[in-house]
Design a protein around this ligand. Structure first.
Ligand code: FPP
Length: 259
């Protein structure tokens, strides 16, 4: 399908529109996209890499600060071993092909999730990509791999409990800020736009803490068909939302008797 809004045109298309600082995406629908074409599921994952590329490029053009992509969840280990192998291999080969280009584009790569059960060669690539791009400032591209929101919160709780047991912190002092500080990326701003492709409308254990106030956007578009045009539509929908963060609209804050 042709994409009328290319990565280069998205800036004009969204001129004057309120942009999210951080976009988080569950890239769903690869398997169905392939099956609809009579192809094996892995073909959908391969096609999904092209969508990753155009969305990363578009976010870079727009000046979005951070983009977090859910590449592999802690629950994805339940998939058939052959599909897991394809996903891991695709992840490795995509890193090999793209990291130097991402570096040139000023992208800082960061990975969240439990790396310990990943293949050691893949772990090394994640470490190397992070080290190479650590000084970049144009876009934070955060890839969630073997990640689960509950895993992240349990790990943070464990870290704080251990510090309390060592007498380094007072349990009474453990507040939201302390927990935030023990999460994977304490310095990243929370996503303000969450996108899920593929027609399902759930969070699937993604960034459970960080999505507390995100605007949720669901689309039936399958991930391999999600390009810059679809991203522009999601951002336009976001810009029309009324974000109150538990408060009230400024226009109704005053009571009728107020000056
Ligand atoms: C969900 O579609 C998609 C995944 C589990 C993997 C996402 C991976 C990629 C897009 C490629 C690699 C990504 C990077 C960042 C290099 P699904 O298989 O659940 O689709 P279905 O719902 O149609 O079965």
């Amino acid at each position: 399908m042709s994409d009328p809004t290319g990565p280069g045109q998205i800036v004009d298309r969204l001129a004057g529109v309120a942009l999210p600082r951080h976009i988080a995406i569950v890239m769903d629908g690869n398997g169905r996209w392939a099956q609809q074409r009579g192809q094996p599921r892995y073909a959908g994952h391969r096609a999904g890499v092209a969508s990753v590329r155009s969305v990363v490029e578009a976010c870079g053009h727009l000046g979005v600060e951070a983009l977090t992509l859910f590449a592999f969840s802690s629950e994805n280990w339940r998939r058939p071993p052959g599909e897991i192998r394809v996903l891991m291999e695709l992840f490795r080969s995509t890193l090999d092909q793209e990291v130097s280009r991402l570096y040139e584009q000023g992208v800082r790569l960061r990975f969240i999730g439990d790396r310990t059960s990943l293949d050691t060669a893949l772990q090394r690539r994640l470490d190397d990509a992070e080290a190479l791009t650590a000084g970049n400032v144009s876009l934070d591209l955060i890839i969630a791999t073997n990640y689960g929101g509950r895993w992240e919160m349990a790990a943070a709780a464990r870290q704080l409990a251990a510090a309390a047991a060592r007498g380094e912190i007072d349990p009474e002092a453990i507040d939201e800020r302390a927990l935030q500080g023990a999460l994977c990326l304490p310095d990243a701003c929370d996503p303000d736009l969450f996108i899920r492709t593929g027609g399902e409308q759930r969070l699937s254990n993604f960034l459970l803490w960080q999505l507390a106030y995100a605007e949720l956007y669901f689309t039936d578009t399958l991930w391999p068909a999600f390009g810059t045009e679809a991203l522009a539509r999601a951002i336009e929908a976001f810009s029309g939302r009324n974000r109150r963060f538990g408060g009230v609209q400024p226009s109704v804050q005053k009571s009728p008797g107020d000056a």
